[in-house]
Design a protein around this ligand. Structure first.
Ligand SMILES: Cc1cc2nc3c(=O)[nH]c(=O)nc-3n(C[C@H](O)[C@H](O)[C@H](O)COP(=O)(O)OP(=O)(O)OC[C@H]3O[C@@H](n4cnc5c(N)ncnc54)[C@H](O)[C@@H]3O)c2cc1C
Length: 288
């Protein structure tokens, strides 16, 4: 088992890794793409840059720095995070990864566009975790909101227990291959239906359809989704973090854009450093 498992290899994840590696820990970083930094045309406002760098160049420098110190960097998309009381297991599309402590640094959730009524019905028929909640929908009619690999993962979890699955793409193109017994519904959603309890959805043409439950799996899993799956505490929609960026689950931390603060490289690096140092301390005191 790796000492420090880091989900996301952007500035926050790499910064945390540098501290872990220099403390002599084994560090594994999992990322699925270049994140926000790779999209930045030019970075001019980060300390130490005599000349501006493109986001991709800055990312490459960070990766080389971490690899020179011995980081194990893996390309994979994480869909699940579990905590067994001693450590963390992250399930990806290509493999499963284990860490004594875990730092979530998955960036801002830019691709999440909640449908009207979604937040209010969360926990009342609207779920973000098939592996946690599928059991409550045995032999029921459920819908999954999404269109990619993450939605496919949730479909596969549900398929073993529910009576039927409809994939609500909300107009988005399919980016994964879904099993033939999953009905694909591509109409845009106007709103969810139900007061206090989810009852179904209303499509753009005003037609309503009843469902027993809705599983939300838009884009890819972010820190919020993963923290919910692992069982970390929330205050409303906000992930609870202490001053060291530790969640309510001992040994699980979050850093960078995913914590919802100022979306800047300097802030992500600073939070990564804080979370990294706190994770080292936690590991030495509790899981050495
Ligand atoms: C167009 C643009 C321009 C910007 N310009 C500037 C600027 O000039 N100055 C500045 O300071 N900041 C700028 N920013 C913001 C800056 O890029 C971010 O604040 C910074 O990259 C945040 O770092 P992070 O590590 O928290 O997240 P990110 O850089 O977004 O990294 C997130 C990481 O998580 C991984 N990930 C996400 N989900 C999963 C999953 N399910 N499984 C596995 N891996 C996953 C991604 O692959 C990625 O490796 C800009 C951002 C954009 C989009």
């Amino acid at each position: 088992m790796t000492d420090m498992l880091i989900l996301g290899y952007g500035p926050a994840g790499i910064s945390a890794a540098l501290y872990g590696l220099r403390a002599g820990l084994s560090v594994q970083l999992i990322g699925k793409d270049g994140g926000a930094l790779a999209k930045a045309h030019m970075i001019q406002n980060y300390y130490g840059l005599e000349q501006p760098l493109t986001g991709e160049q800055l990312l490459e420098v960070g990766h080389k720095q971490a690899m020179a110190l011995g980081a194990n960097i893996i390309d994979d998309e994480i869909t699940d995070l579990m905590f067994d009381g001693q450590g963390f297991s992250a399930k990806g599309l290509a493999g499963e990864y284990h860490g004594k402590v875990c730092i979530m640094a998955t960036g801002a959730a830019r691709n999440k566009h909640p449908v009207a009524g979604m937040t209010e019905l969360e926990g009342h028929g609207v779920s973000y975790c098939a592996v946690c909640d599928a059991f409550f929908y045995r032999q029921k009619k459920v819908a999954v909101l999404g269109s990619g690999e993450y939605a496919l993962h949730e479909v596969q979890e549900l398929a073993q227990v529910v009576a039927s699955i409809t994939l609500l793409t909300n107009g988005a193109p399919l980016t994964a291959s879904f099993p033939p017994n999953v009905r694909i519904e591509s109409r845009h959603l106007q709103s969810l239906v139900g007061e206090g309890q989810f009852k179904g959805v209303r499509y753009e043409d005003g037609i309503e359809e009843e469902f027993d439950g809705l599983f939300v799996a838009l884009g890819s899993a972010n820190a919020t989704d993963l923290a919910k799956k692992a069982g970390a505490g929330f205050d409303g929609p906000t992930l609870v973090l202490d001053k060291d960026f530790q969640t309510t689950l001992p040994g699980l931390f979050a850093a960078g854009d995913c914590t919802g603060g100022t979306l800047q490289v300097a802030v992500a690096v600073g939070e990564g450093a804080k979370a990294g140092l706190a994770a080292i301390k936690y590991l030495r005191e509790h899981r050495a």
